[in-house]
Design a protein around this ligand. Structure first.
Ligand code: SF4
Length: 260
């Protein structure tokens, strides 16, 4: 913490206190976001975990991570050999977009998921666990990024969930970045941690704030983004960063003029 200015130190302290307060409630596999049967499926099936991670974009986390379970229910199997034999991208898209749709972007997801299923069969002996078994965080992130549809953000989120929720033994947690997304980007700028919220700036700021494990900050910022820091009309009065935020909207009257 010695390289941090006072503002950064207070933010780290507040975020860590907030993390303690929320505990595991918003953790994908240990919290309350998913139904028990969905969580059990993701926890016990590494291939389902990988498809859940790939689905985690442009929809709420609970919808994305439930997709593998509902896919298995709809097609009656989660055997990857059978799936590649029976489904091409068009057929898989039809399954995903049948009402109620399993994702906002069924076509893109069909491409990503089928590509991942083939990669798992060809490169990982049919088992996604081989991506992270006995690997360092740096290796896990790199291998995840090789999948179509997995960005650095998703790879970092995957490594975080593996070590945090599944207790996968990853020692080099300094190589797990914060999972940069719209919530995190917005808050880093609003609280004044970065002037320009590019991915590089936010990742570097998080590495500076929590060098031993930057990704540890993800859940706290993500929760603040979901529950308080809306794009418009954020609930600043309730936000744990209220006293530290440069953009605290409570500072403004209804016409946007500063009143204090
Ligand atoms: S105080 Fe308001 S603007 Fe600042 S991070 Fe919290 S909700 Fe967002």
């Amino acid at each position: 913490m010695s390289d941090l200015n006072d503002h950064e130190k207070e933010i780290v302290q507040t975020i860590k206190e907030f993390l303690m307060k929320i505990g595991t409630e918003n953790n994908i596999l240990k919290g309350n976001l998913l139904k028990k049967e969905v969580k059990d499926f993701l926890i016990n099936n590494p291939n389902a975990f990988l498809l859940g991670l790939i689905s985690d974009q442009s929809v709420k986390a609970e919808i994305a991570w439930s997709l593998p379970y509902h896919l298995k229910e709809r097609i009656g199997t989660f055997d990857f050999q059978k799936i590649v034999h029976l489904y091409d991208e068009t057929k898989l898209e039809q399954v995903i977009k049948s009402k109620p749709a399993l994702h906002r972007y069924p076509s893109r997801m069909a491409v990503y998921l089928l590509s991942a299923i083939k990669d798992i069969l060809e490169k990982y002996n049919g088992n996604a666990e081989n991506i992270w078994k006995n690997k360092t965080a740096a290796e896990v992130v790199k291998k995840l990024e090789e999948f179509k549809g997995i960005s650095h953000k998703k790879a970092s989120l995957g490594a975080l969930i593996l070590t945090r929720d599944l207790d996968i033994n990853i020692l080099d947690k300094q190589n797990i970045d914060i999972a940069y997304d719209t919530h995190i980007k917005k808050i880093f700028k609003r609280v004044g941690l970065v002037d320009d919220s590019t991915e590089e700036n936010v990742l570097n700021s998080a590495r500076k704030l929590n060098p031993d494990f930057p990704g540890e900050l993800t859940t706290a910022f993500w929760t603040i983004g979901r529950e308080y820091c809306y794009a418009s009309n954020p609930a600043c009065l309730l936000c744990p960063l209220n006293n530290l935020c440069e953009k605290n909207m409570e500072d403004e009257d209804i016409e946007g003029v500063k009143v204090r």
